[in-house]
Design a protein around this ligand. Structure first.
Ligand code: ADE
Length: 247
């Protein structure tokens, strides 16, 4: 069981991603739990203020230290789970990080909003920062949903183990193409090897398609896959035929 504690000013944004489809089923099956915490509930003044103007001036608002810190401390408790801030300044989120996080018992996701949060909370309480890409969202909520979704599907039992074995990015390569019936659609036949019944040939074809596609679309990933030991000698021979060699 993996518990996600999500700290946000807008818990309503999580309705949908946590209440539909696979994540809904995973929660019903007791494989994951997504708990939402409204940071505003930890504000102590009459207006429940969670943000304020920045020292030094400038545009936008900054999330105040006290409510956010109180919320993180109350939620994290004694277990010292990773406290992850979603931020465009963070470490790029990858499938490898998703795998790593899927082995935790509990993850605290902190959604920043407005211009950001008081830097002192970051220093004192945040253990890791993740970015889902080099673009800026209105807040960390959508990024937290992305991390939640990518991590939850790797928790054993949430989806078939086979689906995650050969998918894109699983060993640094993109996925092979998929086909289903009919065998010919608008004059386009399915690759004959797939209907040959030859399991060995199918596996070989799929591996080659993954290599070919990765070279064509994401050559940057091939060097990394090679450095990480994901390419076999046979892979390298095939890639050499396609004109690729390790740098
Ligand atoms: N908050 C705003 N933009 C973000 C991004 N790209 N990744 C993670 N959190 C964010």
């Amino acid at each position: 069981m993996l518990t996600f504690d999500i700290l946000t000013l807008f818990p309503g944004m999580f309705v949908g991603p946590t209440t539909e489809s696979i994540l809904k089923r995973a929660q019903q099956a007791g494989l994951i739990e997504a708990r939402l915490h409204n940071i505003r509930d930890w504000a102590t003044d009459r207006h429940r203020t969670a943000d304020d103007a920045p020292y030094g001036g400038g545009a936008g608002m900054v999330m105040k230290a006290e409510p956010l810190a109180a919320c993180i401390r109350a939620v994290a408790g004694a277990g010292a789970p990773p406290v992850i801030l979603l931020s465009p300044d963070g470490e790029p989120f990858t499938q490898a990080i998703a795998h790593e996080l899927s082995r935790e018992e509990r993850i605290v996701l902190v959604c920043g909003h407005y211009e950001g949060l008081d830097e002192r909370v970051r220093e004192a309480l945040v253990t890791r920062e993740l970015s889902i890409g080099d673009y800026v969202l209105t807040g960390g909520e959508l990024a937290a949903m992305v991390v939640l979704d990518a991590v939850a599907r790797l928790v054993p039992g949430v989806i078939d183990a086979e689906s995650t074995a050969e998918e894109s990015h699983s060993d640094g390569l993109l996925e092979y193409p998929h086909y289903t019936r009919p065998a010919v659609w608008e004059e386009r036949p399915v690759p004959p090897v797939l209907v040959s019944g030859h399991h060995g040939e199918v596996a070989k074809w799929r591996r080659r398609e993954r290599l070919r596609r990765t070279l064509a679309r994401r050559p940057d990933l091939l060097a990394r896959a090679h450095a990480d030991g994901h390419l076999t000698r046979e892979d390298l021979v095939y890639l050499a035929d396609l004109g690729w060699g390790p740098g």
